[in-house]
Design a binder for this molecule. Sequence first.
Ligand code: AMP
Length: 456
Amino acid sequence: MTETVNFDSLGLAPELLKALSESGYTSPTPIQAQAIPVALAGGDIMAGAQTGTGKTAAFALPLLQKLLPLASSSTSPAKHPVRALILTPTRELAIQVEESVKTYAKHTQLRSLVVYGGVDIKTQTPHLKTGIEVLVATPGRLLDHIEQKTLQLNQVQMLVLDEADRMLDMGFMPDLKRILALLPKQRQNMMFSATFSNEIKKLADDFLTKPQLIEVARSNATNDNVTQKVYQVAQSDKESLLVQLLKDADAKQVIVFTKTKLTASRLSRSLVKVGIAADAIHGDKTQQERIKALDAFKAGTVTALIATDVAARGLDINELPMVINYEIPSAPEDYVHRIGRTGRAGASGEAISFVSADEEKYLLEIEKLIKHQITKEVIVLAKPSRTPRGKASYQDSPQEESVTKRITPKKKNIDPWFEQPYVAAAQKNHASASARPASTRKAPVAALLGGLANKA
Ligand code: AMP
């Protein structure tokens, strides 16, 4: 038997251990095992960890433990100053991180709150005024509160930058600098990032003090639990292919990524027309619409959530069996983030990318970043595609290195190809799953943990 680390041996307080066991966590994930002792000792951390590795608990648990001696049962707001600040790039991630903090803190007197943009700032102010120790915020809304003097940060002793790479991608650097200038100099800092670009290293140099570097998987690497596949397909055939996949894989919950909000909306409408429960989540949707779509996805009434990169960022989805890249991203780091939606916390998953000839250049960049080649299959739909003349199409491509699959739309399970995919990786046990016939397969149903539906 190999020696396993458990939460007790990490020196966590009984209140936190109780919450962990109630959450069903039996042992720490690698990032937790490495980060928690360093953070408890007060050191700065620069962690390379993708979503799905358990990184939220890796910073939230030590943060709560360090604040425990300062917890107070007093109702006076003065006894509950903001002592820990967690910054996230998106509201969805902010909401989910705060849900986790609340879960882990439920047997303590520590209070937490989340503030994010897109909702009336006045609804957040009364909550801030009651006093809270742990504040989770998106940078813009935090600055709004500071300007309105509804918030003071002069007692912050711990700072977490979550998904720092995405914060930079989204142009939050000036906001971050303004916020950091308002914090006490003496504080502990933890930075988490899925990818390590030069900009991230510069951010770490600027804001962290002698950080301990913790990496649980190679930076820019993709999760080993995720089976990745590329379907080379003409752009005009993508929609039919998606419909086939969603219908034939008996998919229960799939996130489909598009590059633009427009494609997300259009695709969601088209899927609904052919009887697939779909909804879109993107930046043009109101916060209420996004929460509604997430709740429906969580409840299983929406099968396909069509998302843009920004909107999907940070969604905490457990055991999501499949992610489909309807269009592959032009920024290779986004690929790593997207497929991090599946195969979380040790579960297996499948990531399928539809790649048209025009997108081949982006695929090469992705393969360079993740340092391996993704298995490719050429998909030729029986119905002739309407590829514009003179444009590259996979029907015309040389196919020496690829397997060609022919798909007949609308007739279910006629092609033997339909007997193979999707469930093997969605099953926890890789070995046995592919042997089962398609008709008996059931894809696991994902759950949004700490989910929005439970909110009052
Ligand atoms: P995160 O990377 O923080 O987004 O976490 C990914 C998922 O793993 C979340 O659903 C967590 O609730 C779950 N998780 C975190 N830590 C553990 C653990 N030690 N054991 C089991 N599940 C965990």
